[in-house]
Write a protein that binds this ligand. Structure first.
Ligand code: ADP
Ligand code: MG
Length: 247
């Protein structure tokens, strides 16, 4: 058979402007089931905005299409997108600080597609925290009192609690130590092994290039390179974009 399988996610000429600034400018790419797609680019190149407009949190694209498992989700409400199985995390650890860690995740379960009895929901929340590698001894700790690594795990568990087929991770390794980055790497690989498709924005390039099947690079809202990680980071356009940003 030579038929091309339908991509899990198809991004088609997405565009988002803030006034005169084209934060995302006609970006197109596809993601296959089970793939880890890495997303790189200098600060301000439009990576987080891309996740924002795919998930409609907090705003939708000006134009273009997002097709998720064959359905056009452009303009759908963010909670409907999440319930369809496309979940995300944020660049800043977004947790309810005064709620216990377990209750943060329980909230996600209760608002997710598999909400059931209280007991079932609690079991699902615990399973999501386990999958994220969050220690059971910390379930009752208010999320605001956790070190940054564990706050990130609570946020990721909240996304996993929705039973997503696709997860968008926005810089999960930011402000982590070497050891924590390695644990994050193993978490990402565990999710892939479980069949989850992953879009990963990351500035920590060794992490990004080691886990990604494919890499895309944004510069000033435009997709400037895509392909195998080793080829993409050696692409002169990519080198130029990073050096230009540093200058
Ligand atoms: P990245 O995640 O690649 O660092 P962002 O997507 O956060 O970049 O930002 C891309 C550009 O869009 C930047 O110039 C940023 O200042 C601008 N931008 C992002 N969000 C907003 C917003 N809500 N209002 C105005 N400008 C924004
Ligand atoms: Mg960002």
């Amino acid at each position: 058979m030579t038929a091309t399988p339908t991509p899990t996610l198809e991004i088609d000429r997405l565009t988002k402007s803030f006034g005169a600034l084209k934060a995302v400018n006609g970006v197109s790419f596809t993601v296959s089931e089970g793939e880890i797609l890495g997303i790189a680019g200098p600060n301000g190149s439009g990576k987080s905005t891309l996740f924002n407009i795919i998930t409609n949190i907090p705003f939708r694209a000006d134009s273009g299409r997002t097709v998720f498992r064959g359905r056009d989700i452009q303009g759908k409400a963010s909670h409907d997108i999440a319930r369809m199985g496309l979940a995300r995390t944020f660049q800043r650890e977004t947790v309810f600080p005064t709620l216990r860690s377990i209750d943060n995740v329980l909230l996600a379960v209760e608002n997710g597609p598999r909400a059931g009895s209280q007991t079932d929901n609690e079991r699902r929340a615990e399973a999501a925290l386990d999958l994220a590698g969050f220690p059971a001894t910390m379930h009752n700790t208010p999320a605001g009192g956790l070190p940054v690594f564990y706050r990130k795990l609570v946020m990721i568990a909240g996304a996993l609690a929705l039973d997503p087929t696709v997860v968008l991770l926005d810089e999960p390794a930011a402000s982590l130590t070497e050891g924590e980055i390695d644990r994050m790497r193993h978490l990402i690989l565990r999710l892939r092994e479980a069949g989850t498709t992953i879009l990963l924005i990351e500035h920590v390039l060794p992490l990004l290039t080691s886990v990604s099947d494919r890499l895309i690079v944004l510069d000033q809202g435009t997709l400037i390179s895509q392909g195998k990680p080793a080829d993409v980071i050696a692409d002169p356009r990519v080198v130029e974009a990073y050096l230009g940003g540093a200058a």
